[in-house]
Design a protein around this ligand. Structure first.
Ligand SMILES: Cc1cc2nc3c(=O)[nH]c(=O)nc-3n(C[C@H](O)[C@H](O)[C@H](O)COP(=O)(O)O)c2cc1C
Length: 190
């Protein structure tokens, strides 16, 4: 069990939420294709503005993992090489219905990402978001039309290394972090 002492959820908040965290030490084991399909299918059920579903997911396989890895900034490549799968989330910039800019597209992609993440937890997997990616190179690799699509973020998926198997150096950083106090993010108007 990892050290959750920095986390102080109110009693009753779902463990699937407060015990989710972003490991950097993964065991590199393979993930079955049908599990990957369930992760993306989970994302499909996220809510979105006008049900436009602006999210698009691009994921690596064993053949392309190193290509995806090279598209992360160097600081992320070090730990992300232990992940099982890497992916990029791209969103459609405009509403399909009328071509207007969709100002909620990235927000909706975030909701889909969280759905993917919670499905990952249900599968015994963890995700780790990646803002540190080479955005222009990602767009070129994926051959996306950047007038139409925006590269939103990358992500790693894998199985977290058990605490007992971590090196001392890893153990110091594989500690789930804390959060601002509830009162710092919430005002209730009475
Ligand atoms: C959009 C986004 C971008 C992120 N980019 C990086 C990144 O480039 N490198 C990294 O190590 N972690 C990255 N993270 C992970 C965050 O640092 C992490 O989610 C945050 O510290 C909260 O920790 P937790 O996920 O363990 O609860 C990113 C997370 C998100 C959601």
């Amino acid at each position: 069990m990892h050290d959750f002492s920095q986390r102080d959820p109110i009693s009753g908040v779902s463990e699937s939420l407060w015990q989710r965290w972003s490991p950097r030490a993964f065991d590199g084991s393979a993930i079955d294709d049908d599990v990957v399909a369930r992760l993306i299918d989970a994302a499909r059920w996220a809510p979105s503005c006008r049900n436009e579903q602006p999210w698009r997911f691009h994921t690596s396989t064993a053949n392309t993992f190193n290509d995806f890895l090279a598209l992360l900034v160097e600081g992320n490549q070090g730990w992300a090489q232990s992940a099982s799968l890497l992916g990029f989330i791209v969103c459609e910039r405009h509403f399909q219905r009328n071509g207007d800019p969709n100002h909620h597209a990235r927000f909706d992609a975030g909701a889909a990402w969280m759905a993917l993440t919670l499905q990952a937890r249900a599968e015994g997997l963890y995700t780790h978001g990646l803002g540190g990616i080479k955005y222009d190179e990602v767009a070129a690799y994926l051959a996306i039309d950047t007038q139409r699509y925006d590269v939103v973020m990358g992500f790693a998926v894998g199985r977290a290394v058990e605490v007992s198997a971590l090196t001392d150096e890893q153990r110091a950083r594989e500690i789930p972090n804390g959060r601002m106090a509830l009162g710092d993010i919430w005002q209730s108007y009475r």
